[in-house]
Design a protein around this ligand. Structure first.
Ligand code: FAD
Length: 386
């Protein structure tokens, strides 16, 4: 009797996986430590990934993409994060936070102007929701957009925004409070880089993701035309939250990739490091850690591909995406920590990828919905809360 595996990548997805894996091993791995040490944004590699089609995997061909679907997108992000999380988040954020809101809510003109170059890998996009006063509670935003002679004038500050300040950054989509007849509501605006009054600040110094671009954005009387609104006026929360489900699948895929990379590093070291006359992999305490990690990573990968498959099939996937991100991000943190523990003192020295993976893992339980917020999402879907 032949049993069909619960989940297997098709030939096209496997070919893409192979291409990105080879690229990551040859073009990213040799430089990742240096970019991390010097906080260098790897612009040439991001350009090359764009040429390979990595920024357009999920977007339809008519908008410059490959039309290869959400599972293929997850595979690309996973393969990048297996080697370097900074590169993975640069691609992932541009696709899910910059491109997906345009695909879902943009007018044809907005798609042609902003989505097509992004999907073709020529530009990067950003979404600015978080503010210094709050990230999880998006309705607490205090940035304002006021009407003025048919235009909008934006004032406020956004915090921790990915991809807004690089040479390739073309626009950010920002939420701001607008005064409407039915009260003050969040709306979303597309703000091209270079617009007077839109001022990306200098990059933060972060615990991890050193080679990714994260900045505070200041809007000071920033004037954009009337047609800069993305989606319906007063529906900015939807413009942010709907694509965020896809973003969570992306962060889950990053988590699987980072955990896989950490497991491979730990296995290689455990087979080679001798203590008490034998490789430490022979110690059950070590081999059990590795066996447990492998099992958790496979479970995380299945949850991630399942959420991506639901998205691809056009079915509801909010809960599946939250569950995948919640589980996979915690597996990644654990894998990074066990990898360091297995490397002993060498794991604490910045001469291998081990401490970089450790530092890069923690943000996965915070960005695009903290673990606590994801539990709220799942509990709500279970009918346990409003
Ligand atoms: C490197 C990096 C890149 C980022 N990129 C972007 C980006 O591109 N765009 C963007 O808009 N944002 C971005 N963010 C922001 C990120 O999404 C937020 O940091 C995150 O959503 C959490 O918001 P916060 O930091 O304000 O924490 P808070 O919302 O203040 O939460 C603080 C703590 O309280 C907990 N908490 C809050 N509310 C509840 C509740 N109701 N129940 C239980 N616990 C709760 C949280 O889980 C957390 O542990 C980025 C952040 C970082 C660090």
């Amino acid at each position: 009797m032949t049993v069909t595996p619960l989940f297997e990548l098709d030939d096209e997805q496997k070919a893409l996986q192979e291409t990105i894996r080879e690229f990551a091993e040859s073009e990213i791995a040799p430089h990742a430590a240096e970019w991390d040490e010097h906080h260098t944004f790897p612009i040439d590699v991001i350009r090359k990934l764009g040429e390979l089609g990595a920024m357009g995997v999920v977007f339809p061909e008519e908008y410059g993409g490959l039309g290869a679907g959400a599972i293929a997108q997850a595979v690309v992000i996973e393969e990048l994060a297996r080697i370097d999380s900074s590169v993975a988040i640069t691609v992932g954020a541009s696709v899910s936070l910059g491109g997906e809101p345009l695909l879902l809510f943009g007018t044809e003109e907005q798609k042609q102007r902003f989505l097509v170059p992004l999907a073709q890998g020529m530009t990067l996009g950003a979404f600015a929701s978080t503010e210094p006063g709050g990230g999880s509670d998006i309705q607490a935003a205090t940035t304002t957009a006021r009407r003025d002679n048919g235009a909008w004038v934006i004032n406020g500050t956004k915090a921790f925004i990915t991809n807004a300040g690089t040479e390739l950054s073309a626009f950010c989509i920002a939420t701001a409070r607008t005064q409407l007849d039915n009260g003050t509501k969040l709306s979303a605006f597309i703000i091209p880089n270079g617009t007077p009054g839109y001022e990306p600040q200098k990059p933060y110094r972060k615990l991890g993701w050193h080679a990714s671009d994260t900045r505070e954005l200041v809007f000071h009387d920033c004037r954009v035309p009337g047609d800069a609104v993305l989606g319906d006026l007063g529906k900015g929360a939807r413009v942010f939250l709907t694509p965020l489900d896809g973003g969570r699948v992306g962060v889950a895929a990053m988590s699987v990739g980072l955990a896989q990379g950490a497991l491979e590093q730990a296995m290689a070291y455990a087979k080679e490091r001798v203590a008490f006359g034998a490789p430490i992999a022979r110690q059950q305490a070590i081999s059990f850690k590795l066996a447990e990690l492998k099992t958790r990573i496979e479970a995380a990968r299945l949850l991630t591909y399942r959420a991506a498959a639901l998205k691809e099939a056009g079915q509801p996937f909010t809960e599946a995406a939250a569950a995948a991100k919640l589980f996979a991000s915690e597996v990644a943190v654990r894998a990074a920590e066990e990898n360091l523990q297995i490397h002993g003192g060498f794991g604490y020295i910045e001469e291998s990828a081990v401490p970089r993976f450790y530092r890069d893992a923690k943000i996965l339980t915070i960005g695009e919905g903290t673990s606590e917020i994801l539990k709220h999402v799942i509990a709500r879907k279970m009918g346990l809360s409003e």
